[in-house]
Design a protein around this ligand. Structure first.
Ligand SMILES: [Zn+2]
Length: 277
C-alpha cells in the first residue's frame, strides 16, 4: 500500500500521572474496596498524522498553567508529571505547531483542547454535538463540566466566530473523523490509513485497552449506552483490535517503538506493528 493517502501516525506523551487508582478507570468498580484497589497510571497524549503532503495534529493537550491550576484546586492531589508541552513534543518529530494547518479536536476536555493558541494557523475540526454539549445545559452540572475548562471552550467559540472551526462528521482521503459520543456528547475518533492498515485513534472513546476489552466504561460518561456502542464501532472501524489506540493508556508507550532515538520515552510510532502485545 503506498500513495499520498497513507500516513505515519505518532503518539506524543506530553504528561503522565501515577497518583491514581485502578478503581478510577471503570464505572463498575467506582466503589471498589480500597484494600483491593491497585495503582493505575494514566498518560496524556496528543497525536500527529503525517505524510509528504499533509500534517494533521489530533488534540492540543494542556499546558503547565492548566496543570498548576488543577493541582491547586485538587488540594495537591492531582499531580501530573509534564514531560514537555504538546508543541515541544511535536517539534521532536519535526512538526511546527506555529504552521500546522489542520487540527482535529476529539473533544473539548481540558486535556485535549488546551494550548489552542500554539496553533495560530490551524483550522479546528470538531463535532457539532461537542460544541452543543460544552456550551449547553449539561454544563450546569459539575459532574459534566468538571473535565472542561471554560477558557478553552470560550477560546473555541471565538474560533467559530473567526471562521476557523469546521464542524463535521466528514470524510477525507486517508483520514476520517467518526462521531462516537458516550464519554462526552460529541467525542470523535480518527481513522487513518497506514502501511499496516486502518488504525483508529480512539481518544477518549476508550481511555484504556481494558475499557474496550472488558466493555467496561470509564466513569466520566455522558451516555453509557453510547459508550458501549462506541466500543463496537471502534472495532468495526479498525483492521483489528491491535489497530485501536486508546486515549490514555500508558501501555501505548511500552507497546510501540520510539519514533526516533531523540524522542524515546515521549514519542512512539503507531503506523508500525507493536513490538509487544
Ligand atoms: Zn482525556
Amino acid at each position: 500500500m503506498a500513495g499520498s493517502d497513507v500516513y505515519e501516525v505518532y503518539a506524543i506523551e506530553y504528561a503522565h500521572r501515577t497518583d491514581r487508582r485502578r478503581s478510577e478507570t471503570f464505572i463498575t468498580n467506582a466503589w471498589t474496596d480500597p484494600v483491593h484497589d491497585t495503582d493505575q497510571a494514566i498518560s496524556y497524549y496528543v497525536w500527529a498524522i503525517v505524510n509528504a503532503e499533509r500534517t494533521i495534529v489530533v488534540d492540543t493537550g494542556f499546558d503547565t498553567d492548566e496543570a498548576a491550576r488543577r493541582r491547586r484546586e485538587s488540594g495537591d492531589v492531582w499531580q501530573p508529571d509534564m514531560r514537555c508541552s504538546p508543541a515541544e513534543g511535536l517539534r521532536l518529530i519535526g512538526v511546527d505547531a506555529a504552521t500546522v494547518a489542520e487540527v482535529i479536536i476529539t473533544h473539548l476536555h481540558f486535556d485535549h483542547a488546551g494550548t489552542l493558541g500554539q496553533f495560530p494557523k490551524a483550522r479546528f475540526h470538531l463535532q457539532e454535538q461537542e460544541m452543543q454539549f460544552a456550551t449547553g445545559p449539561n454544563m450546569a452540572h459539575e459532574y459534566c463540566s468538571g473535565a472542561y475548562t471554560v477558557d478553552h471552550v470560550v477560546e473555541m467559540v471565538r474560533h467559530v466566530y473567526g471562521r476557523r472551526v469546521k464542524f463535521h462528521a466528514g470524510r477525507d482521503v486517508g483520514v476520517s473523523v467518526h462521531h462516537i459520543g458516550g464519554h462526552t456528547m460529541g467525542v470523535q475518533a480518527v481513522r487513518v490509513r497506514t502501511r499496516r492498515g486502518w488504525v483508529v485513534l480512539a481518544s477518549d472513546a476508550s481511555h484504556f485497552d481494558d475499557n474496550l476489552e472488558g466493555m467496561d466504561p470509564f466513569p466520566i460518561v455522558h451516555d453509557v449506552e453510547a459508550m458501549l456502542r462506541g466500543f463496537e464501532r471502534l472495532y468495526a472501524l479498525a483492521d483489528g483490535p491491535g489497530h485501536i489506540v486508546p486515549g490514555h493508556d500508558p501501555k501505548v508507550m511500552a507497546k510501540y517503538p520510539a519514533a526516533t532515538p531523540d524522542s524515546a520515552g515521549i514519542v512512539v510510532r503507531l503506523d508500525v506493528d507493536p513490538t509487544t502485545s
